[in-house]
Design a protein around this ligand. Structure first.
Ligand code: PMP
Length: 378
């Protein structure tokens, strides 16, 4: 599809509104065939995409747009060689969404309803011909260039102008195609930021919208300094690694130990993080969840990488902290990160056996296997 300036949301949108029970609806927004849309002049296609990114039911003034009272999820459906789509650990995203809503003291959306809604909306969009198809050419570059269906569920609060909580939220689910998040050949340098993403007693442990303001500022500043990603340190001592702007962090130390910052109430419990820990244990690696001082990474790490649904397994070539820069290996992806990336993508794109029961059908009405419910827990 030709490059567009605007988000190309697929036609089918799921919504549920809470008024004592969750009332579900599927809305089909205006569309042509996927091929006809691709053939439109840029401006016309742009107008259509803009129109599809509107949802009349949602009020202008509400606790979400005014006070950032909202949470969301991000997960993907992966094109499979047999033409179907598969979801990666959707139940874990459903659990985390439910926990985020509880954290914001709003009615929580049940995880199994979440999984069913995700499957149904993806299936509807697949039936309309909007989802990408498996391309064997992706295999040569370890699927780094592959397209997937990005699924974005989010909450949205009811009308209100005073600072308040939501008692009658919506949950909306949209789909769109995404490619890779970090450019595979991009400069993979990182820098710590002085900004604080999350504080003890705050909302860092849930996926709420407000958390991403600081992330976006820090990431822009890191990019302006020529880096790919900003690395957050703890708020009290500015010494221990926490997260990237939207990914969890891992270091491989010189003795081959894999270390990731332990979860507290300032770190988002990533589903990719949990999966990489499982893959590392499977390899016989020692895996530690603990406080990870930035000096230890600078002095002793041989690999440094981030994990997330969008980021996948993204290696970081270097880390700069207060004027000091360490380069990891030759700055290119190291053997451990490459192994995790290949395993994860291989499983997700149906090229390796799904040994841990992580994958679920991306369409149709089957509930899918519930991947380890503890996985996204704090
Ligand atoms: N931390 C933050 C702040 C994030 O936004 C994300 C992306 N959801 C992650 C970590 C990684 O989480 P996951 O592996 O579940 O995508």
């Amino acid at each position: 599809m030709a490059k567009s300036f605007t988000l190309a949301i697929y036609p089918w949108v799921y919504s549920a509104k809470f008024d004592g029970t969750w009332r579900e609806e599927f809305a089909k927004q205006r569309h042509l065939s996927a091929e006809a849309e691709a053939a439109l002049p840029d401006e016309e296609r742009e107008r259509l995409y803009l129109e599809r990114n509107r949802f009349e039911q949602l009020p202008l003034i509400n606790f979400t747009t005014q006070y950032g009272l909202a949470c969301f999820e991000g997960l993907k459906a992966f094109p499979q060689p047999d033409g179907s789509l598969s979801l990666f650990r959707p139940f874990d995203n459903g659990l985390r969404m439910a926990r985020s809503m509880e954290g914001l003291i709003m009615p929580s959306f049940p995880a199994d309803t979440f999984v069913r809604a995700v499957q149904q909306v993806v299936e509807r969009n697949r039936t309309l011909g909007f989802t990408p198809a498996y391309d064997p050419a992706w295999e040569a570059a370890d699927f780094v260039t592959a397209d997937t269906v990005y699924i974005r569920p989010f909450s949205y609060a009811e009308s209100g102008i005073g600072v308040d909580l939501s008692v009658s939220p919506w949950v909306i689910i949209i789909n769109t195609t995404v490619g890779s998040y970090f450019s595979p050949d991009g400069d993979a340098s990182t820098t710590t930021t002085r900004r604080v993403r999350a504080t003890p007693g705050g909302t860092g442990w849930i996926k709420c919208s407000g958390n991403y303001v600081i992330s976006a500022l820090a990431k822009k500043e890191a990019e302006a300094a020529g880096c790919m990603e900003a690395i957050f340190l703890d708020s009290a001592e500015h010494r221990y690694l926490e997260e990237g702007s939207s990914c969890n962090l891992f270091a491989v130390l010189s003795d081959d130990t894999l270390v990731t910052p332990s979860l507290g109430d300032t770190i988002l419990p990533g589903i990719t993080r949990r999966s990489v820990m499982t893959l590392a244990e499977e390899q016989g690696m020692t895996v530690q969840e603990r406080r990870l001082p930035v000096e230890e990474v600078l002095d002793d790490a041989v690999e440094f990488f981030g994990t997330g649904t969008a980021a996948g397994v993204a290696h970081f070539g270097s880390l700069t902290h207060e004027g000091r820069t360490a380069t990891f290996g030759d700055g290119k992806i190291g053997p451990r990160a490459l192994h995790f990336l290949r395993q994860l993508k291989g499983i997700q794109f149906g090229r390796l056996p799904d040994r841990h029961g992580w994958m679920a059908p991306g369409g149709g009405l089957t509930a899918g296997r519930r991947s380890s419910p503890g996985a996204a827990k704090r």
